[in-house]
Design a protein around this ligand. Structure first.
Ligand code: LMR
Ligand code: MN
Length: 429
């Protein structure tokens, strides 16, 4: 079924094959060859496909989206031919969706999604990839309805099962149901299901359902499938070579010595600013990531993704100016600086941060007894005016069993083993 040459193209197959061969060696030359072929045979599927591919490769090589845009036009022309072989139609359709997604041109992608679905109604893959496009643009209800359709006709489709379960977990917080779908989906090991997000949320749902042994099995399976670095370190945006350990000592981090000293020397002023914000309306916000089991937990954010919050820094100028003078904190694109207040009877579920590229420092500001944080297998508490440092890509859990609120300043810093250019080029989280 891998035929891309129709009857008419068969007559010029040698020429097509020759031009195709050139794509790998010299895309600019192949582009000329296909250009000539398209002129002579405007309805030749392979000529249009080759022309599109040449432009696609040149766009990649020269980082030129205008060339990619042209490539897309040729791909579409090929899809509009009525004599195009099915296999070629699939390849082109899938590539077109991949490239329009890359460009953020989701409406264009949708047109081809529907073409593929209409042409191959008996293959669930085209409904599934439509659901992924919907999820990418946060059209969760559209994704849900497409996946439902798939599961009515193909109840054991692994890809649809994990994605449907993922929606039940992350949008509806339906833990039991999400476990059923995601675990059935993962068992199929079908293409596209071995993905950290599904192991992450399946384990999390099990852990919240009070089934820690089952969660652990999922995490160990995730390690085996190489989606997690270890059963405790389950971040999904990683630089693999970085040293990972749950707790760090200040003396492990000599390059941050001045930051630690500045925070400790000024902790009373920092506390003063945190308390002042607590006593004003509109600064501290509820934690918004659904990490909390019980209680009240709020944060007052000063820096996030390497940018400062003007309004909040006006409220808390000393703390901000200290952080500002340490670019490895203030410019940490994969972290935040924030005050964190936790009230009595709060429990934060075990969870992992998104990346191993940062370390998380807590400066204790107001620490009542009976407040704890566990990272991996070791539980500690805070001291006022002192610093603890952990890697929040490792599983951690927090309890407040005391009787007065707890206040800390959280400062995320780049992992010390990252290079300057990595810090520049890593994507924002
Ligand atoms: C966390 O990073 O999840 C917690 O340690 C935050 C906090 O306020 O303790
Ligand atoms: Mn956390």
């Amino acid at each position: 079924h891998s035929n891309i040459t129709n009857e008419e193209d068969y007559i010029i197959k040698d020429e097509l094959d020759n031009a195709q061969e050139q794509l790998k060696k010299n895309a600019a030359f192949a582009n000329k060859l296909f250009e000539a072929l398209v002129k002579r045979y405007p309805f030749s599927p392979r000529s249009l496909y080759g022309k599109a591919q040449a432009l696609d490769i040149l766009a990649e090589q020269n980082q030129r989206n205008d060339l990619l845009q042209k490539a897309l036009e040729y791909y579409i022309k090929a899809l509009e031919l009525n004599n195009i072989p099915e296999y070629l139609y699939k390849i082109i359709g899938e590539r077109y969706i991949d490239r329009t997604r890359f460009l953020g041109q989701y409406n264009k992608a949708l047109v081809v999604h529907w073409k593929l679905i209409r042409k191959f109604p008996d293959n669930p893959i085209y409904l599934n990839i439509l659901a992924v496009t919907y999820l990418t643009v946060n059209y969760v209800e559209e994704a849900r309805s497409v996946l439902k359709q798939v599961l009515i006709r193909w109840p054991n489709d692994g890809f649809a099962l994990v994605h449907y379960g993922f929606i039940l977990k992350t949008t509806d917080n339906l833990l039991q149901e999400s476990v059923s779908y995601m675990s059935r989906g993962l068992k199929t090991k079908a293409e596209g299901v071995i993905d950290g997000r599904f192991y992450f949320h399946l384990g999390d749902a099990l852990s919240r359902l009070n089934k820690p042994e089952d969660a652990l099995k999922v995490y160990e399976e995730g390690v085996k499938e190489k989606v997690f670095m270890s059963k405790y370190q389950r971040s999904l945006y990683n630089v693999p070579r970085l040293t990972g350990k749950p707790w760090w000592k200040t003396k492990d981090l000599p390059t941050y010595k001045k930051l630690f000293k500045a925070l400790k020397d000024n902790w009373l002023k920092i506390r003063q600013e945190g308390l002042a914000a607590l006593n004003s309306q509109g600064y501290f916000q509820d934690e918004a990531e659904n990490l909390k089991d019980t209680g009240t937990w709020k944060q007052f954010e000063l820096f996030s993704r390497g940018r400062q919050s003007k309004k909040n820094c006006d409220k808390s100028p000393i703390t901000c100016s200290i952080i500002q003078s340490f670019p490895d904190a203030s410019s940490c694109k994969r972290g935040q600086t924030k005050f964190s207040v936790m009230h009595p009877k709060t429990h934060v579920w075990p969870h992992c941060g998104p990346t191993n590229c940062r370390l998380r420092l807590h400066l204790g500001l107001k620490i009542p007894p009976n407040t704890f944080i566990r990272v991996a297998e070791e539980t500690r508490s805070w001291k006022e005016g002192d610093i603890i440092i952990f890697d929040d890509s490792f599983e951690h859990e927090v309890w407040h069993n005391g009787s007065d609120f707890r206040l800390v300043l959280i400062v995320d810093i780049w992992h010390p083993e990252l290079t300057k250019s990595e810090k520049m080029s890593l994507s924002y989280i």
